[in-house]
Design a protein around this ligand. Structure first.
Ligand SMILES: Nc1nc2c(ncn2[C@@H]2O[C@H](COP(=O)(O)OP(=O)(O)OP(=O)(O)O)[C@@H](O)[C@H]2O)c(=O)[nH]1
Ligand SMILES: [Mg+2]
Length: 268
């Protein structure tokens, strides 16, 4: 069997990441219905087939600044660490999700964190814009906004204009939404297959002797980025003990590796 295409889906809170993943995979995970985010931990979807390829999606928690975010910085950072630990096989593609009407500095911060900070510009990235149901055709959003996106230093292999909403209140509109979701699904799947790398690209080396160091180096870079851009000030010295326990008990690092990670990472 050939290896699946692994895709990491990221973006700010409530942009439609889970709605997008559910539609692509034909699965149902809970979506948020308020400003508060609903996905606190990353979720890996079961592999599914599309156009003869096997695809595995990883949906992530939306990341915002700590004051605006849904979880305190310590918790958010632990979740991010967990995602990275579980990403040891690497990814073939990144998908950023924006909402058409909401393009803020946070979108840029998320791009920089994932595309530059974590993936070191080594993994191709596409943009999925949700909320394009008000444009006809949906791709009109791209015609109107492409230059603005590019001038914000957000560089994508492709920009796909989509709608993943369901007409829950006005059910008479649901057939129209269903058609838009299907069109969006086809377009995103085609882009995944077109732009994914042949083999997955890793964030760190999880096989060699230097696993703990390799992981810690990446984590340190990620932490510095989050502190600066997301203003995650809350990690205090007291967090160190909690973090070691988390590395051992939840992420199943050995005590020795956990101590090495915290040491290399130099939390203080
Ligand atoms: N109008 C519109 N609403 C959408 C679209 N896609 C998703 N939504 C709605 O946006 C809300 C948030 O969707 P989610 O899929 O939970 O967003 P998320 O990015 O996973 O949110 P977090 O996990 O909390 O970060 C839900 O009410 C969705 O129905 C879209 O294309 N258009
Ligand atoms: Mg979600």
């Amino acid at each position: 069997m050939t290896e699946p295409i692994r895709v990491l889906v990221f973006g700010t809170v409530g942009t439609g990441k889970t709605s997008c993943c559910n539609t692509l995979a034909g699965k149902k995970k809970e979506v948020s219905n308020q400003a508060r985010g609903v996905t606190f931990t990353s979720q890996v979807y079961e592999a599914f087939e599309a156009n003869g390829k096997s695809i595995v999606l990883t949906d992530t928690a939306g990341l915002n600044e700590s004051e605006l975010g849904t979880v305190p910085a310590n918790e958010a950072f632990m979740q991010l660490t967990k995602l990275l630990k579980n990403s040891n096989e690497g990814y073939n593609l990144l998908i950023q999700v924006f909402r058409a009407s909401r393009l803020t500095i946070l979108e840029k911060n998320n791009y920089d964190l994932f595309v530059k900070g974590i993936a070191n510009l080594k993994i191709p990235v596409i943009l999925v814009v949700t909320g394009c149901e008000g444009f006809f055709p949906m791709s009109q959003w791209r015609e109107e906004n492409r230059e603005y996106v590019e001038s914000s230093d957000l560089i994508y292999k492709d920009i796909i204009c989509t709608c993943f909403a369901k007409a829950e209140q006005r059910t008479e509109l649901e057939p129209i939404y269903a058609r838009l979701r299907d069109e969006s699904r086809q377009a995103v799947l085609a882009a995944i297959i077109k732009y994914a790398t042949e083999t997955p690209v890793k964030f760190y080396d999880s096989t060699g002797q230097d696993y703990a160091k390799s992981f810690a180096d990446m984590l340190k870079q990620v932490w510095e980025f989050c502190r600066e851009r997301f203003k995650w000030y809350l990690l205090l010295a007291a967090f160190e003990g909690v973090f070691v326990s988390f590395l051992v008990d939840v992420l199943e690092f050995s005590e020795e590796d956990a101590r090495k990670i915290v040491e290399f990472f130099n939390i203080n």
